[in-house]
Unconditional design. Structure first.
Length: 78
């Protein structure tokens, strides 16, 4: 089992992906290409026809996320 700590910006980006897919260029600028690559490697986000979309696992983790820590970060555990 693994856990991933995401900052507030990444958390809100993931939450918005539940509603609307985002174009790859905008997504990478917002949360950083390293974080996007990590989320894709962990199969939380996928790239479909030039847009980032939340996977079923990503949606499940967003729904079951722990409350935010004092600094706004959240821990995602599958």
């Amino acid at each position: 089992m693994w856990e991933l700590v995401v900052n507030r910006t990444t958390w809100y980006w993931l939450a918005r992906l539940r509603v609307v897919p985002m174009r790859v260029a905008n997504s990478a600028d917002e949360v950083g290409p390293e974080m996007v690559a990590k989320l894709i490697r962990l199969k939380l986000v996928k790239c479909v026809q030039g847009e980032h979309r939340l996977t079923a696992l990503g949606a499940q983790l967003i729904d079951a996320a722990h409350p935010p820590m004092l600094n706004g970060d959240r821990v995602l555990i599958p």
